[in-house]
Ligand binder design. Sequence first.
Ligand code: NAD
Length: 719
Amino acid sequence: MIYQGKALKVSALDNGIVELQFDLEGESINKFNEQTINELHEVVALLRDQQDMKGLLISSAKEAFIVGADITMFHGVFEKADDEIVAINMEMNRTLSGIEDLPCPTVVAINGLALGGGFELCLTADYRVMAEGAKVGLPEVKLGIFPGWGGSVRLPRLIGPDNAFEWICAGKEKKAKDALFEGAADVVVPAEKLREAALDLLAQCQAEGAAKIDYLTKREEKKQPLKLGQLDNMMAFETAKGFIAGKAGPHYPAPVAAIKAMQKHAMLGRDQALEVEAKAFVKVAKTEVCKNLVGLFLNDQAIKKASAAHAPKASKVEKAAVLGAGIMGGGIAYQSASRNTPIIMKDITEPALQTGLDEAAKLLAKKVDQGRMTSAEMAKVLGRIRATQSYGDFEDVDLVVEAVVEHPAVKGKVLAEVEQQVSDDAILTSNTSTISITQLSESLQRPENFCGMHFFNPVHRMPLVEVIRGEKSSDRAIASTVAYAQAMGKTPIVVNDCPGFLVNRVLFPYFAGFSKLLEDGVDFQRIDKVMEKFGWPMGPAYLLDVVGLDTAVHAQKVMAEGFPDRMAADGKGAIDVLAEAGRLGQKNGKGFYNYEPDRKGKPRKKPAAEVAELIQPLAKQTLDLTDEQIIERMMTPLCIETIRCVEEGIVDTPAEADMGLIYGIGFPPFRGGALRYIDSIGMAQFCQQTEAYQQLGGLYQPTEGMKAMAADNKRFYQS
Ligand code: NAD
């Protein structure tokens, strides 16, 4: 053994070959944490002194190669001064270039995942051998940065700038066969042949005569300026910049910054190019967007941890049932079956069942068309859904999701009925959007086995499931429901019972902000545009059309009853007026906008001149507001209500609140969530901002907790 660390070991193999192996102690994966980075610096210094080394094999002892950098380090590092960050990156670059410059051939054997820094290390080797199932990629843009350890320098020189733009700016993982096709990998072999193939390549580099492969020329190409002529170069970069800017949108600066950096260092040799990359990297690492996206990643980890903490108390869900085969029931059945949990779908009418089955079949057929599934697999998934009108076979169901019409009496009756059919320890859940879970549990004999399981529409696409704890819900009921939601590929967040739970409780104050703007004579299309520019996937009027105006009227009423001090209606608003006029939104083709199916059958929105006549009479005055004021008036009620949910313990942590909004209502991810958004403004400034809006009512009033936070200069997140 030449070196034995806690993350790396170096050993001598036969024929002067040395193996550098990544094997991070106490972890199931390899990552670039402080330990690994420090050891890599030491090891490369050591390798430089290995006089008789004839070749270097780089490998991993784990199932994955290296999944990337340890993202928990990012906030700490990115808060440092610019030149310190440049220095940190350049130190790593010297080490990585040290591998590239070793006086012997180098081959990396890539198994599992090699992402981010892990793949940048692979790029330093002369040859990359990949196992068939392995994947590589540079996903840094997803965190608001771009590759900062030479990835933006080596990849375009290896696979050409056009391919590199796509790899770096889209940040997707690439399968071995695609990496091979584009030239990022040199050989792809079955996993069991990986090591042998890598050693074989090293032997070929050492061979004499015709068998010898010329690794030095290949290495040199990677270290030289790009080969394009100046004009081609300019064209490639300029075209890409425009295209990527359009795709990434104004809120995600990293992809365009990556291209600009690549353009700037295209005509430079490696060492100078690495300096350009490091300096450009700092600029994106310092943006609020990067901070928020890194925060988002860490929050996602935190909510996964919170879900894992429930696991010991969960009962297995091997067979599920859903009551109601409507929009939601059909979606729930599809999702459960797709993720391998068989499900009984019960409805009271045959046509309803057929609609539910047809919907599942349609979604699966689309996957088959796209080549993401075979017809045989589709048949298998459909075989996991059993449509029925009776309670036969319910005795061995582990968990039931009730998704019948939103009516307390009907739900109460259906839940009491199904409780008689299932075993004593089966878990019952309700997908209600507005009815109290504690109230619904009153119709049950075993209320401890009951909780809420609130999906979002469309079920197959929306990642969030709110798991609602009623007063009597047991830990087992919550844990089993969390586990089932995860098994369905969803992100569960446990919330306490209250009107609207977390997501709707926060969303309706936002809609109230919208209605108040209409009362002040602001055009709803302008509000949509302003909020979309702010980063929402759709403006509030468009979103209301998607939710359904009738659904919104109902939910608004529930919220007003629940929180009369600030949500009670002050006469009829635009939502009521439109619903009364039969404009229910996308579901009947007319709401704030009119909808017509496009060529693919998707509803396309068009302006509806007739809507102005309906809502203009609601305007009590015509205020001339700036875009900034519109944003403040929309965001303030949403943000304050989110804070209330944290203060009242509806959610346990700011992370869960923020992720609930991002996954549940499409809160702009690059802003990190409502609480991170307030952190970015500063609580004192935010509270001061609300002063201008006190005439708008209780939704705009900061809580005592907020005032205390402002006075103490406190934040929701420490970094
Ligand atoms: P839907 O009207 O599309 O479907 C309801 C189905 O329940 C119908 O097929 C009906 O035949 C069936 N049904 C009625 N009584 C029944 C009974 N006794 N046994 C079995 N089936 C019965 O409604 P939906 O939009 O799917 O909503 C279902 C539930 O999900 C509601 O509680 C709703 O609030 C909630 N929800 C809806 C959405 C949404 O966007 N649609 C989102 C989240 C939650």
